[in-house]
Structures are given as C-alpha cells and as structure tokens.
Design a protein around this ligand. Structure first.
Ligand code: ADP
Ligand code: ZN
Length: 748
C-alpha cells in the first residue's frame, strides 16, 4: 500500500447517516468523480453506490478498492448531487436514500443495470360490449357468475391479466372461459405492456388567445430566479401557456421538465406535448418497465431528448441544460412522496431550478395556501388567466342541503336528491355526459351489527374494513387485508348485518338501476389497478362510449371533455371532518376541481354539490370557484388565536412505529423529550432557545397500520432554519422506527 493511494467518499442507498470510504484503483481514476456510480464491496456482497467526493483522507483501517465504475459520464450531474444534499438536509433523510430517489431503480442493480426483460402474460380482453342494463339482463340471464366476471373486467378498462383475475380477484376460471365461449372475450398473449403513448397522433397546437399571449410575455419578462404562478381558472388554457414558454426554451437549446399529477398523465396530455416537441419528449410514467425506464433516463442524460414529462419523480429527470420546470396542478397532494425522503416535488423543483439557474412555473386553478402565501410575500410572481377559453362561463354551482332535501323515493338510504336526479336524467336525454364524484371506494363504508353496534375493523390497521361487492369481501384500504363479508355478528351472533355508508360500487349499482340505459364507467383504485386501466376508461369517455363517469378523486383531475354538462358531487362531506388541518383545503380543492370539469364545451354545464355543511367556507368558496375566498376564510383559522399551522408556521411530524404498543408509546415519549430538550438548548433558535413548539406525543389518528402501532410528535416553528437544525440533528441518530415528515401533507 503506497502513501499516494487516492480515496473516494461513497454513499450507499441504505438508511445510515454516514458515508463510506473506498480506495480508487488507478485504472478507474478517470471515472471515479463526484456523481459517478461505483460498484463496491460491502460485507460479502457488491452494491452500487455513488461517489460524492474524491481525494478524501485515507481511513485508519485500510480501505477496500472500488470494484468498477459503469458510467463514462457521471450519472449525477453536479446540480443533481446538490439536490440530493438538499433533500437530505431539508427533509432530514439519509443522503443515500435521497440519492436512491434521484436515480431510477434499474441503475442501482448490480446484476443487470439495464433491468430485467419483460415476461409474456396472458390477458383477457373483452371483444363485445354489453352496454345497457337491459341488454345485460338478456345476455347473462342464466349466468350470474359470468356477468360478474364481465363486469369486473369491464371495470378494469376492458382487459386484465388472467392471473390477476383468478389469483387476486378470485374469479372462477370457468366463468372466464364462459365469456370466451360466448364470444364476449378472447385471451391474448402480451410480451410487452403496450405503451399507450407510443404511437399517438399529435394535433398541431391552436394559436394562443390574447390572454395566453399576455401571460407568456409576462413570464418571459420575469427574472429567471423568481418562481412564477399561473393562477388560471379551470379551462383557461394553462397547458398551452406552458407549452409555448417551453417551446421558446427548447428553441434556445435548453431542456425542460413538465410535471403533472400521475393521474393527469393521459394520452390527451401527452399528445398535446408531442404535438409541440415530437420525439424530443421522454414520457416517464409508472408503467414503464425497468428497461424502458433506463432507456428514457439515458436518452435524457445524453441530451438526445430534451423534454421530460412525468409525475413526481420526473423532477429528477437528467435533462441537460435545464431551462424551465413546470409544475402543473401544483396543489396536488400526489406531489408529496410517501416514503423517505418525503419530498414535495414542487419544492424540490424550486430548489433544483435554483441550483441550475432555471425557471420554475407553477400552475393551478386552486393553488395551495403555501404557494399563495409565498406569492403574498413577494417570493412568487403571479399571473392570472381569469377567463375560460372562448369566454365560456364557469359553470353555476347549485349547493343542495342534504339536511333539508329528501332523497328521491326508493333511494334506499343513498343521498340522491330530486334536483341531481332531474339534472342527470335531462343530460342523458340530450345525449350529454355526466360526471359523478364520490370520494370513497368500495360498496359500503363498513359493516355494523344493528344489535350490538360492533364494526368490523382491520386486525392490523385499526380502521374499519370496507365492504366490496365485486369480488365480495371486506377489504382494508390501507394494507389490503381481506375477510369474508359476515352474515352474523362475531360478538353477539345477531343474524343480520347492516352495510353503512356509501361507496362508489354501491353508487354504480344504484345509478345503473335508476338509469338502466346509461353506459356507466367507474374509476377508482379498484378499477385502475392494472396498467393503463384508467387510460382505457378515459378513452371510452372521450369517444362518447360512456354516459356517466363516476368515481373517486381520480376523476376530479385535469379531465377535459366538452360534452360533460352535469357534474354531481354526491357527498361533499366525505373528507371534511378528517382529523387533519388540511381537511377543509382538500375538500375545497376537490369540489372546485371537479366542478371545473363541467361546461367546457359550447353546451355549457351545471354543477350539483350535495352536502350537510352548505355554509362551510370550503363548500361556499368551491361553489364560487374562488380560491381567494377560501384562503381569506381559512388562513385566519391557521393563525393565532387558533393553534397555528402551515403556511403560518413550518411543521415537522415525527412518526414513531413499532410492533409493541407500550414500547412504541415509550419511544414516542423519548422522541418528544429529546425535542423538548433540543428546544430548550442550542437547537431552539437564537441563544436562549424556545423557538419550537413541541406537541405530543399522541397516538396517530390511524393508531395501527399493517400491524404496527403508530404515535406522532409534532414540531412547529415560525423559522424554517430552526426546523432544519432539528431534523438534521435527528438524522444523525438514524433511528429505524422513527420517520421524519417535514411539511406533511397527510396527518393520519
Ligand atoms: P386548464 O388546464 O387551464 O384547465 P386546458 O389547458 O386543459 O385548461 O385547456 C382547456 C381547453 O381549451 C382544452 O380543450 C384546450 O385544447 C383548449 N384551448 C386551450 N387554449 C386554446 C386556444 N388558444 N384556442 C383554442 N382552444 C384552446
Ligand atoms: Zn389493514
């Protein structure tokens, strides 16, 4: 061992606070630079890591050599490595986990850096449509199981892997065979998942309106380092504004990223982007195979493609000479990552843009209170698109008070009132389309014994099991635990069990009986579990093959169907009383966004919102399509004399989990005690400390999840700097059973 050996600091994708030191063999001297991937020995394995610094001091014990370095060009550019450090510092996450989020999965595989090949799967595809309820009754007269199978596959978008249908959904193979024999379906062998974006025709973009031109000009005149907010009402044409700005960026030789919520990454959207940028675009979506993902990454990294479009994680796309990042629907909660590092893609975009000297454009009809607050303090420049394209009016919203408006006769406990019923019937009569929102999937919310009141709960998650009908089961919406639907009470043996609450499956059933000729499509997590299922459903809506689209919040986002003239919110209150300081904001956004799906065409439209809280500011502001009205009412509720919440203060949530109830509570106590001590001592702000407010510990609203007990401790501070110090001090402890969630979006 010579004294002149060079060493590199290597970060591995594991939850440890420290980096490792390895020796750089002479042969790899050129390749081992900061940001490069390296393969290194770790105990008896080899793992992929990232070199974060070179020429670091030699460790006291002799360092092992780096085994190989696969990249000719470092995988992480300097700004992306910097972004990894920021994620780690801001969110208190180990650097290795931050870097693991930035590089796609296949690049961490030692065995096969390009990812595994695709396997062939057998897929059942419906070939005949049986649209109306009446026809259905005729076709399946003596085959109820076959009908159930048909309806499951239909709900999944018309095609599903046989394995999934038989193993997960427990449909009988003979019923599926029956569908094939009856000529309603066939089985196809699929070697590669069909990419619905591969061969999209790309319409030329329309010319900008006066308003759109004004906003494009205002954005380009804004200094690059000032983030921009386009506050445009639903249907105001924000997408064309983004595309026009990006066209200028790409024309000048730079690259761009367009972030959209996963669910809004529809063929429609992609076609519009392809219409402008052709094959310069890489679409990053969750359905890519490892190989496809690695290919897209390399095409961007090498500069062969210059525009990346995708959900949350596309904020890390290795676009070269990054000029602009657009965050469409910036308020959307899907931008928050649910595992470590728990980053928010909007905030990561702002930081990345800062590091690369790029521009950030945020867009929404219902901007988050965080963004409105930044705008109010002058950190974000706001430009408005106050009108819809072609001066179409925003649809009037009728609020129906469920406390005083009885349901129609025969509604059987379902909140389905006369005004909504008449509006749906009239729209169907005119050949128009209807969207119905009910933000709760399943058939009923829970099963309750009418005699003793017992409610079936998940044994692992401490939440009520949801009743599903196709296939019949009680299912936990957190962990997937399944149990048979009970016929008698497990406690008192009472013989009938009551289904309580309303879910999308039951609504679908009810609406199907009420409008037997209507073609209905349901969109929720249960019908979109397979690849592209939601695209297939939306394509059917776009082609006019669906009269009523009903579903959960999935149908509230970004859809642009001009023939939708009636939107009904069946129960606006499903999330209003969640124990979460964002409950009102989420309700406002959901109702305002789904209302924005109505009246996008020349026939206009109308919205019906059924609620038991017609005077709640979230409902009133949504009915007025006004985020400003909502903010004016909500912001004071998050400031003293009320307990302050973001954006008034910064918030960090420490979630403690464990298998043993008492041990978990005890650990939560120690976390809270550590935080209180930190507050009193050096971490709590200026000299004297005390800048933090520590709340708890308390059991989380969901006290148990997947068998683990859950407690949390909340920390608030007016100064971001103080919270940063606390999460970094905690990071050094790298405690396995405590996750840190800074700027939490869900508090359950
Ligand atoms: P937003 O995202 O603001 O809700 P979109 O960008 O989806 O609105 O645009 C709404 C509709 O208006 C889309 O169907 C779009 O194709 C159309 N549109 C947008 N800009 C123009 C324009 N300049 N001329 C004609 N139609 C346009
Ligand atoms: Zn569960």
């Amino acid at each position: 061992m010579t004294g002149s050996a060079r060493h590199a600091e290597v970060v591995l994708p594991v939850p440890v606070a420290r980096a490792y030191t390895y020796r750089i063999p002479d042969a790899l001297a050129d390749r081992v630079v900061p940001g490069a991937r390296v393969v290194v020995p770790l105990r008896r394995r080899q793992v992929v890591g990232v070199a974060t610094a070179v020429d670091v001091p030699a460790p006291r014990v002799e360092a092992k050599p780096i085994a190989s370095a696969p990249d000719a060009q470092p995988a992480l550019s300097e700004p992306l490595l910097g972004l990894g450090r920021w994620l780690s510092d801001y969110y208190g996450a180990p650097l290795g986990l931050a870097l693991r989020a930035i590089l796609p999965g296949p690049l961490w595989s030692v065995a096969r850096p390009a990812g595994p090949p695709e396997e062939a799967v057998r897929v059942l595809v419906l070939t005949e449509r049986v649209d109306s309820l009446l026809e259905r009754e005729r076709v399946f007269r003596r085959a109820p199981k076959r009908r159930a199978a048909y309806e499951v596959v239909e709900a999944l978008g018309g095609a599903a892997p046989l394995r999934h249908l038989v193993d997960q959904l427990q449909l009988s193979p003979s019923a599926l065979d029956g569908l094939v024999r009856q000529g309603l379906a066939r089985v196809e062998r699929v070697t590669e998942p069909r990419d619905p974006f591969a061969r999209l025709s790309s319409p030329p973009p329309p010319t900008l309106t006066e308003d759109q031109r004004r906003v494009v000009a205002a954005i380009t005149a804004t200094p690059v380092d000032t983030p921009v907010l386009i506050h445009g009402v639903t249907g105001s044409g924000k997408t064309l504004v983004y595309l026009d700005v990006l066209r200028g960026v790409v024309a000048s030789g730079s690259g761009a990223i367009l972030l959209v919520p996963e669910i809004a990454l529809t063929p429609q959207t992609v076609a519009r982007v392809r219409g402008v940028f052709g094959d310069q675009v890489a679409v990053l979506h969750s359905g890519l195979s490892d190989g496809e993902r690695a290919d897209a990454w390399r095409a961007l990294r090498s500069g062969r493609r210059r525009v990346a479009v995708g959900p949350r994680s596309a904020v890390f796309a290795p676009v070269q000479r990054l000029g602009t990042i657009v965050v469409d629907e910036e308020h959307d909660s899907s931008y928050k990552q649910g595992s470590v590092p728990r980053y928010h893609a909007r905030d990561a975009a702002i930081e990345r843009a800062r590091l690369e000297g790029a521009r950030v454009i945020l867009g929404s009809a219902t901007p988050s209170l965080e963004t409105l607050d930044r705008a109010a303090r002058g950190h974000v420049a706001t430009f408005a698109l106050p009108d819809r394209i072609d001066a179409r009016p925003l649809p009037p919203v009728e609020v129906i008070d469920l406390r005083h408006t009885p349901p129609v006769p025969d509604a059987g406990g379902i909140p389905w009132t006369e005004p909504l019923d008449a509006a749906v019937a009239a729209a169907l009569g005119r050949g128009e389309q209807v969207i119905l929102l009910l933000n709760r999937r399943g058939f009923a919310t829970f099963v309750q014994c009418p005699a003793c009141g017992d409610v079936r709960v998940c044994p692992d998650c401490a939440i009520a099991l949801t009743v599903h009908q196709t296939p019949p089961a009680l299912r936990c919406h957190y962990c997937g635990h399944e149990a048979p639907v009970p016929t008698t009470c497990r406690l008192c043996a009472h013989a009938t069990q009551r289904l309580r609450g309303l879910g999308t499956q039951q609504l679908e059933h009810f609406v199907g009986l009420r409008f037997p000729r209507a073609r209905i499509a349901r969109m929720d997590l249960d019908t979109t579990s397979t690849k592209w299922a939601h695209h297939h459903i939306l394509e059917r809506v776009a082609r006019g093959e669906v009269d009523i689209l009903l579903g959960t919040q999935m149908i509230a986002k970004g859809l642009d169907f001009p023939n939708v003239t009636v939107v009904g919110v069946v129960d606006a209150d499903t999330g209003l009383h969640f124990p979460d300081f964002r409950a009102a904001e989420r309700t406002f956004q959901l109702v305002a966004q789904v209302a924005g799906r109505a009246g996008r065409g020349p026939r206009g439209g109308r919205v019906y919102v059924q609620t038991r809280a017609p005077d709640h500011h979230a409902i009133r502001a949504a009915a007025a399509h006004s985020v400003m009205a909502f903010a004016a009412a909500e912001l004071p509720l998050r400031a003293p004399p009320h307990p302050p919440y973001p954006p008034r203060v910064g918030l960090v949530r420490f979630v403690v989990t464990g298998l043993d109830e008492a041990a978990t509570a005890g650990l939560a106590e120690r976390v809270a005690a550590w935080l209180r001590r930190a507050n009193a001592e050096r971490l709590g702000g200026g000299g004297g400390g005390g800048a933090l407010t520590v709340l708890g510990p308390a059991p989380c609203p969901i006290t148990r999840l997947r068998g683990r007990w859950r407690w949390h401790v909340l920390v608030k501070a007016a100064e971001a700097r103080v919270l940063g110090r606390v999460v970094r001090a905690w990071r050094a402890k790298a405690h396995r059973n405590v996750t840190v969630d800074r700027d939490p979006v869900l508090m359950l």
